[in-house]
Design a binder for this molecule. Structure first.
Ligand code: TRP
Length: 328
């Protein structure tokens, strides 16, 4: 609660009857916060919060500066390591950044441990066509160039880089442990389950059939023409190839309502032996609306394969601005 209210700053007390101060793309209704429940094979579920800090006059660049300021304040308290962030920060800066954001942050609350922090950069801040170069330079600086070449050669549909396969997020863990990761996200527009399955096959030990099956069960569509399927590659510091893969299905685009979304998510949780009661509790905590009245509460569902923590994540929109966002 404390971290969240610090992150929201003065905006935390802004009445929800007023329109959002900034049309954040963190969630559909522009609430700058999204919750997720990360189920893990090896430990209890974690609560995560994806958020966008807002500058006093909100704007893409001002918001990024507010995030840096927030991190600076947390740095000592939580012993954050920003050396990798500092090494690439200038690559993700521009006077007039394009797109909806430059820098988002996530807070990870694992059972019985201090919060962890992760940042997300927008590689398309100088345009989609520049993104591959921005990412290459960032990974080179972190000594991870070889892993990138390996990934790009297979993960992208031919001729689609910067078009329908877009490099949309570049994420860093803010710690120095042996598990510190870079994650590179690719949004596959108008893709089929088999396209992401092929992308996932870059990673040793990942079963592409499992990835395809997950997309099919969550999306129930041959072609994902709504919101894009997203895949992410995990590169652990020092590795010469990606060693983890996650797929994110924007399930809200492919259901009539959240009841239908839940009815697809429950068998998936069951299949991976995760406790549905945790999700029920989380849903009850964020909303009192009936699930069949709308879609959008269950925003994404993802499958994580490979180290450090295989599992499934369910993303819940706070829907704080539900119903008022049309006024923006
Ligand atoms: N709201 C954006 C989207 O749906 C960004 C986002 C938030 C996102 N949480 C996510 C993207 C989880 C992929 C996975 O694209």
């Amino acid at each position: 609660m404390e971290l969240l209210s610090e992150l929201l700053g003065d905006y935390g007390s802004r009445p929800l009857s007023e329109p959002p101060a900034w049309p954040s793309d963190v969630s559909d209704d522009h609430t700058p916060v999204e919750f997720s429940i990360a189920y893990n094979e090896s430990e209890p579920p974690a609560l995560r919060i994806l958020a966008e800090a807002l500058g006093s006059t909100p704007g893409v660049r001002a918001n990024a500066l507010a995030t840096y300021e927030f991190l600076r304040r947390q740095s000592q308290r939580f012993g954050l390591s920003t050396s990798r962030l500092d090494a690439v920060r200038d690559l993700f800066d521009a006077e007039n950044p394009q797109g909806d954001f430059v820098l988002w942050i996530s807070l990870v609350f694992r059972s019985g441990r201090a919060p962890e922090f992760k940042v997300y950069f927008n590689p398309e801040l100088s345009g989609a066509e520049q993104a591959p170069d921005v990412v290459r330079r960032a990974l080179d600086r972190l000594g991870l160039g070889p892993a990138y070449e390996k990934m790009l050669s297979q993960a992208i549909r031919p001729a689609e880089l910067g078009r329908r396969d877009r490099l949309t997020f570049f994420a860093l863990d803010l710690h120095d442990g042996p598990q510190a990761r870079v994650k590179l996200y690719i949004s596959h527009h108008d893709a089929r389950a088999e396209d992401v399955a092929r992308a996932s096959s870059v990673v040793d030990g990942v079963d592409p059939e499992l990835v395809a099956g997950f997309c099919e069960q969550a999306g129930r569509t041959p072609l994902f023409t709504g919101r894009p399927l997203v895949g992410s590659f995990t590169i652990t510091q020092g590795a010469d190839r990606p060693n983890g893969y996650s797929v994110y299905v924007p399930i809200r685009s492919y259901v009539t309502d959240d009841q239908e979304a839940l009815e697809r998510v429950l068998p998936l949780l069951d299949r991976y032996r995760f406790d549905p009661a945790v999700l029920d509790k989380a849903i009850a905590a964020v909303t009192s609306r009936t699930l069949d009245s709308d879609a959008g509460l269950i925003a994404h569902v993802s499958l994580r394969l490979g180290p450090p923590r295989p599992g499934m994540t369910v993303y819940l929109s706070s829907e704080a601005y539900r119903g008022v966002s049309l006024n923006v």
